[in-house]
Design a protein around this ligand. Structure first.
Ligand SMILES: Cc1cc2nc3c(=O)[nH]c(=O)nc-3n(C[C@H](O)[C@H](O)[C@H](O)COP(=O)(O)OP(=O)(O)OC[C@H]3O[C@@H](n4cnc5c(N)ncnc54)[C@H](O)[C@@H]3O)c2cc1C
Length: 383
């Protein structure tokens, strides 16, 4: 094949869609897990209504990446529009809550961002809508799920790709070029290179934080957004924890009511706390903040990204060094055998939005633009 894309998250799928649009059919997407989406999964949840005994299912709660910021991310907005996806404002009408320290009453204050902050949006149907929209534009025979790429070997102008499935069964493929659609640190930790990557590059990829890999989300679904009736936005901040920041996670059409929170407890501490204990502390905190209605949670769950093998590594158990998302590392080896053979297109390689959803789109677009320019040049040389 001409191009192998490693990773079936946003960047890998967008790259696949761009190749299809350019008329290039000779490519494959290798995804280690049994499903697409990487750090942007949306899940469907259901519960039984005690009064009617009816099973209620609600779809598309985001457990990973959620928001985009239209005024500063025009490329992503363009893609969303082209795919005819609907977006909606993050609900922020009403007051926010703050718990300062144990024993002190919860404080309530006017939410500055409240009401009509258009620059903080979600995609209707969750991030799953974007994943689905990309997938629809890709020939499904080009996607291989349960194919963990664990080795790349270069010789005689060909890259041999070794994959393993969950049972350890190996397969081999050959490609001219590999697009790395996964976090740089995960490339170093999950793939063996022969010959080795240049050492300076290997270290810079290993030292690039994978955005949000050390984080965990708590999601709680209710039968109605009771906090809105109390004039609350659903935003809450806490110095007590276990959740540090909470937001409204209800769907755009009012079909579902939910709150979600980011843990303030670091991953290396969370991992030593039994799951049920952690879940109970979240439930207690929701009641403390939002009142007794929060006890009537229909279904709740924790998604801990630090224990996801295909997102986090041992380096992600500690809070990231430095602020923000860091600077993007080089996306191509500039010398040695791998030069012109590998390109990093995962979000962390984006120069404009490293770590963000918009970064996955930006880095993939750059990777494909470069690939198309190069292959055009070599076609002209052949002619
Ligand atoms: C909790 C959380 C909240 C976030 N919130 C936001 C937000 O609100 N706004 C925002 O802009 N961004 C947010 N992000 C970041 C955003 O989700 C990511 O930037 C984006 O999803 C990255 O896409 P990607 O394709 O580059 O990488 P990923 O989504 O990480 O995809 C990589 C894919 O590669 C696969 N893979 C890994 N190793 C291998 C291997 N060896 N072989 C084959 N496949 C492999 C993985 O299974 C995965 O599917 C959040 C992330 C998290 C975790």
């Amino acid at each position: 094949m001409k191009v192998a894309i490693i990773g079936g998250g946003l960047s890998g799928l967008y790259a696949g869609m761009l190749l299809e649009r350019a008329g290039i059919k000779d490519y494959m997407i290798f995804e280690a897990q049994g499903k697409l989406g990487g750090r942007t999964p949306s899940i469907n949840l259901e519960w039984v209504n005690q009064n009617t005994n009816q099973t209620i299912s609600v779809e598309h709660f985001d457990l990973g990446g959620t928001w985009h910021w239209p005024s500063s991310q025009p490329e992503l907005v363009k893609v969303i529009k082209e795919l005819n996806l609907q977006t909606y404002e993050q609900y922020q009408m009403g007051d926010a809550l703050f718990e300062m320290s144990k024993g002190q009453p919860v404080e309530r204050f006017g939410n500055d961002g409240g009401g009509g902050n258009d620059d903080f949006r979600r995609i209707a149907g969750g991030m799953n809508s974007l994943i689905q929209a990309f997938s629809k534009n890709i020939n499904s025979s080009r996607i291989l799920l349960n194919h963990h790429v664990n080795k790349l070997e270069y010789s005689n102008s060909i890259i041999e790709i070794t994959t393993k499935d969950a049972e350890g069964k190996e397969e081999k493929y050959q490609a001219e070029k590999v697009l790395l659609a996964l976090p740089p640190r995960l490339v170093v930790r999950t793939i063996e290179f022969e010959p080795d990557l240049p050492e300076k590059l290997r270290l810079s990829w290993l030292n690039t934080n994978t955005w949000m890999a050390s984080h965990a989300k708590y999601l709680a679904v209710y039968d109605k957004p009771f906090w809105r009736n109390k004039g609350l936005s659903g935003n809450a901040f806490s110095r007590i924890g276990p959740l540090g920041e909470i937001n409204d996670a209800s769907s755009h059409n009012g079909e579902s009511a939910a709150l979600f929170g980011f843990f303030s407890l670091p991953a290396n501490i969370r991992k030593n706390i039994p799951h049920n204990q952690l879940l109970n502390s979240c439930r207690e905190q929701m009641i403390r903040l939002f009142g007794k209605e929060a006890a009537d949670v229909k279904v709740d769950m924790i998604k801990d990204w630090s224990s996801n093998t295909y997102t986090a590594t041992e380096e992600d158990l500690l809070p990231p060094k430095g602020h923000g998302h860091g600077r993007a590392p080089p996306n191509i080896p500039d010398d040695g055998d791998w030069k012109n053979r590998l390109v990093g297109i995962g979000s962390e390689w984006s120069l404009k939005y490293p770590g963000f959803i918009a970064g996955a789109i930006d880095a993939a677009q750059h990777g494909i633009d470069n690939y198309l320019r190069e292959s055009d040049k070599s076609r002209k040389v052949e002619l």
